[in-house]
Design a protein around this ligand. Structure first.
Ligand code: NAD
Length: 498
């Protein structure tokens, strides 16, 4: 059995805890490797390595730091096929989708190549007589990142690229479901010229996370995963005096106005609802057609498309989507579909009995479509995180708007319409972090910042873009006076610029 360990101080290190988690091939259901689960002492070894490497890295001029990312981007492109295959084998998503996972991370590495400019401070000459005031953005020191299973390339890069580019050392604790790609990324960073110790990868579960949260040398923690764990990590990190940004779950609504181009809306919903088997925090899981006539047209067009989804292993290059990540996830999703039926929602396409010849033990769930879902139902309130789309019919625009507004989560949302006035009103009033107008999955590009509102995010600074530079640095402001000579005595009242 292949054993996956840690990557500390530029070297692969075997796990010593004697505890392991199985890593599956979700398409076949087979265990293909086991990953070591770190102890507090193993985490401490990574912290010691980071602590030794960080001052030298922070002192490296920003152009040289940027050049590591230039080379890394180059290496990612050269190794794209190998990384995508490695990713799909553990996650289950299609190869094309896995390349998307890598590329959306790579784009943040491209963004941080601008670090000499991004990290510049501010300067005011002559803030007072003989006084100059300037601020600099210094690294926080050692940062740590805890990632979910669903984007094993993109989210680690969203975290470590801005952290490392700004001069920090970084410890990555990847998801134990698909740990191989994060390790490969760390190898490539070293190959790109990063000094050993600046990026360490420690695999593990709650024990490793708790070791991160209580380690006094770690100054900042970034987390992406489900909301209960995000809330826990945020609270515990803050209690231990750490800066934290924690991103949680989602239930993203797409509103379809009566004037929307229905073919465009249906195609958008298919990709956004069923791509990656619905295992995306920006997936659309609720469609809200406005008016009965819009709803009927939508359902009529959706049914044949959901029924004809091509579902297969990642080795099928024509598959629209693959399996879900684990047997537990499969059972949870099927259980929620049954719950929806009990609650009285209309199950229009049922994916529970989907079976693929030759892959009977794979963790597949067929595309599923519910109509007449109402806000009191569990399938509406819960993040299902599978290929299940719920249609909630709204009488008018105000009723449609009220649905995502009142939902616990606030990650993403979209409106499909040809009416600029409705689109503007929606963008202005909605209490959700990322909004698409005729764009179903409005993930901001690398040079903007990514983050939700409400229970989808804890903390005040988002991922990548300008916010990430702020998160990974501390501002120091210097007020200097170079007097030509001490002319006056002490000043006892509060100095002002009058
Ligand atoms: P998860 O919360 O189960 O795991 C995330 C990380 O937390 C993993 O590294 C895991 O090892 C660790 N962890 C798990 N249980 C823990 C515990 N009790 N204490 C401490 N750490 C623990 O999430 P997942 O299933 O890997 O990922 C799916 C979730 O992530 C979904 O809810 C999805 O919406 C969310 N997600 C959010 C975003 C976003 O940006 N908002 C992006 C991607 C995924």
């Amino acid at each position: 059995m292949k054993e996956i360990g840690h990557y500390i101080d530029g070297k692969h290190v075997a796990g010593k805890s004697g505890r392991f988690a199985d890593v599956f091939n979700p398409a076949t259901g087979e265990v293909q490797a086991r990953v070591a689960l770190a102890t507090e002492a193993e985490l401490a070894a990574a912290v010691a390595s980071a602590k030794a490497a960080q001052p030298g890295w922070a002192a490296t001029n920003p152009q040289r730091r940027a050049r590591v990312f230039m080379k890394f981007v180059d290496l990612l492109n050269q190794n794209m096929n190998e990384i995508a295959e490695m990713l799909s084998r553990e996650h289950g998503k299609t190869i094309e989708d896995a390349k998307g996972d890598v590329i959306r991370g790579l784009e943040v590495c491209e963004f941080v190549i601008g670090i000499p400019h991004l990290q510049k401070g501010e300067f005011t000459e002559g803030a007072g007589p003989g006084i100059d005031m300037y601020s600099m953005r210094q690294p926080v020191g050692i940062g740590a990142g805890i990632t979910p299973f669903n984007f094993p390339a993109m989210i680690p890069m969203w975290m470590f690229a801005p952290a490392i580019a700004t001069g920090n050392a970084f410890i990555l604790k990847p998801s134990e479901r698909d740990p191989s790609v994060p390790l490969r990324l760390a190898e490539l960073m070293i190959e790109a010229g990063l000094p050993a110790g600046v990026l360490n990868v420690v695999n593990g579960d709650k024990a490793a996370v708790d070791a991160i949260l209580t380690n006094p040398e770690i100054s900042a923690v970034t987390f992406v995963g489900s909301t209960p764990i995000a809330r826990y990590v945020y609270g515990t990190a803050a209690m231990n005096g750490k800066r934290a940004q924690c991103f949680g779950g989602a239930k993203n609504h797409m509103i379809i106005m009566p004037d929307a181009d229905m073919d465009q809306a249906v195609n958008a919903l298919m990709g956004a609802g069923y791509g990656s088997a619905g295992e995306r925090c920006m997936a659309i899981s609720v469609a809200v057609p406005v008016g009965e006539e819009t709803a009927n047209r939508l359902i009529e067009k959706l049914i044949p498309k959901v029924e004809s989804l091509r579902i297969g292993p990642y080795t099928d290059d024509k598959a629209d989507m693959g399996p879900v990540v684990t047997k537990e996830a499969q059972a949870k999703i099927k259980g929620l579909i049954s719950r929806g039926v009990e609650e009285g929602a209309k199950l229009v396409v049922d994916g529970r009995d989907f079976n693929l010849q030759g892959y009977e033990n794979g963790f597949f769930v067929g595309g599923t479509l519910f109509d007449n879902v109402t806000p009191d139902m569990d399938i509406y309130k819960t993040e299902i995180f599978g290929p299940v789309l719920s249609v909630v019919r709204a009488k008018n625009y105000e009723d449609a708007l009220a649905l995502p507004m009142k939902h616990e989560y606030g990650n993403g949302t979209a409106i499909f319409t040809r009416d600029g006035d409705a689109a503007r009103d929606f963008a202005s009033r909605i209490n959700i972090g990322m909004v698409g107008i005729n764009v179903p999955v409005p993930v901001p590009l690398a040079y903007h910042s990514f983050g939700g509102w409400k229970a989808s995010s804890f903390g005040d600074l988002n991922q990548h873009g300008p916010d990430s530079i702020k998160f990974w640095t501390r501002t120091k402001t210097i007020t200097s006076r170079w007097p030509s000579g001490i002319k006056d005595g002490a000043e006892f009242s509060m100095p002002t610029m009058k």
